[in-house]
Design a protein around this ligand. Structure first.
Ligand SMILES: C[S@@+](CC[C@H](N)C(=O)[O-])C[C@H]1O[C@@H](n2cnc3c(N)ncnc32)[C@H](O)[C@@H]1O
Length: 358
């Protein structure tokens, strides 16, 4: 036995799972739990569960942790691009992009659409970058394998996030204030994309289980199988509109489907798409939303990531959860969320909670 109480071979497996999870790329996604993966891992690894739902998957970091832990993972987010990311990194067990695929994605195609260049020139990226996105999307859409498509789109998303100052699409125009000379801001999206392919190819693995990704409102998705544990990391009631996921990531959401069926708000400076409704964003609806959420998944172990700057407060969350769960355990940890990496970025120090209801 080791000092952790695990048998040596289990201890090795445990370390390997965590190490693998930590290889997951950082998306600088708002509220991402990447930095908290070891803490989440340590607090969930003793629980007995085989099937898990990551209900608000965002960057996919926690879904990937569960996959590395050997679980069967169902990932969901009401935005489309996070579901593509988990399709590529979690649901996908064996498909990578080879040289032929890359040649196909990069090959010139005079028949391609020019929507991205026409719509976003002067707003985001360079003209060449936008032409590259039009071309790459067009060619990716012609790939005949859904995992190759998801993997290639995921590489485009991360390329865009890395090159966009602060990794959010709320800012445009003269961005010299944000330009700290970083290589990420200088190299072309095409160069980024080629680098990302190597990174995401290397993440693909099988843990022997069949995973799947869905994109829907958590209150509307129906999963026709028993889920042992649900992990929830919903958004918080925002202090400012800047906290809205659609507002920050509208460009990636649009790109994930080439803006098909999205309502573009042409009178906005950055050509946003219409905000998606979620009850977790409203002070007047959040309490009822948590109650409905816990009720819907009352037959599974419920794990909630939360913090002391959320509304409602911990006491009320515990009260709601105790309607459905007899044993509640709250684990606390000081944590600093880091949005963007400019000198003047907003940093927020919180007490992070992992609330487990059994
Ligand atoms: C705090 S983030 C999750 C971060 C994620 N755990 C990570 O580590 O990257 C919250 C996510 O919830 C999603 N979301 C918001 N309301 C939702 C709803 N009603 N149903 C499903 N997903 C929702 C947002 O799109 C966002 O990606």
């Amino acid at each position: 036995m080791t000092s952790s109480g695990l048998q040596p071979e289990l201890f090795e497996n445990a370390n390997a799972a965590l190490e693998q999870a930590l290889d997951y790329p950082k998306f600088r996604y708002m509220g991402s739990k990447h930095k908290l993966l070891p803490w989440i891992y340590n607090n969930l690894s003793d629980l007995k569960f085989d099937t898990v739902l990551d209900g608000f998957s965002g960057s996919g970091a926690v879904s990937y942790l569960f996959k590395a832990m050997g679980k069967k993972v169902i990932s969901n987010d009401f935005l489309n691009f996070p579901a593509i990311i988990t399709k590529a990194t979690c649901e996908n067990s064996d498909t990578t992009l080879d040289e032929k695929d890359v040649d196909h994605i990069l090959k010139n195609n005079p028949g391609k659409d020019n929507f991205i260049k026409q719509t976003f020139e002067g707003i985001f990226f360079t003209k060449e970058d936008l032409e590259f996105l039009d071309l790459a999307y067009w060619n990716i859409s012609k790939l005949n394998n859904e995992y190759k498509k998801a993997l290639a789109l995921t590489c485009l998303f991360r390329s865009c996030l890395k090159k966009q100052p602060r990794g959010v699409f709320t800012v445009s125009g003269d961005l010299s204030n944000y330009n700290d000379g970083r290589r990420d801001l200088k190299i072309s999206l095409k160069t980024h994309f080629l680098e990302q392919i190597k990174i995401f190819n290397s993440l693909v693995f099988s843990n022997g289980k069949n995973h799947f990704s869905v994109s829907g409102d958590i209150f509307e998705i129906n999963i026709n199988e028993k889920i042992d544990l649900v992990y929830f990391d919903p958004p918080y009631v925002p202090n400012s509109d800047d906290n809205c996921y659609t507002k920050r990531y509208h460009f990636l959401e649009g790109l994930s489907k080439y803006w098909k069926d999205e309502e573009i708000l042409y009178d906005t400076k950055v050509k946003k798409i219409k905000k998606k409704y979620t009850p977790f964003s409203y002070r007047s609806q959040a309490i009822e939303a948590f109650d409905n959420l816990f009720y819907k998944f009352k037959n599974s172990i419920i794990v909630l990531s939360y913090s002391d700057n959320g509304f409602p407060d911990l006491e009320i969350i515990q009260e709601i959860l105790s309607k459905y769960k007899s044993e509640i355990n709250v684990i606390k940890k000081p944590h600093r969320y880091h949005f963007g990496n400019h000198a003047a970025v907003k940093r927020s120090e919180v007490e992070e909670y992992l609330i487990i209801g059994k």
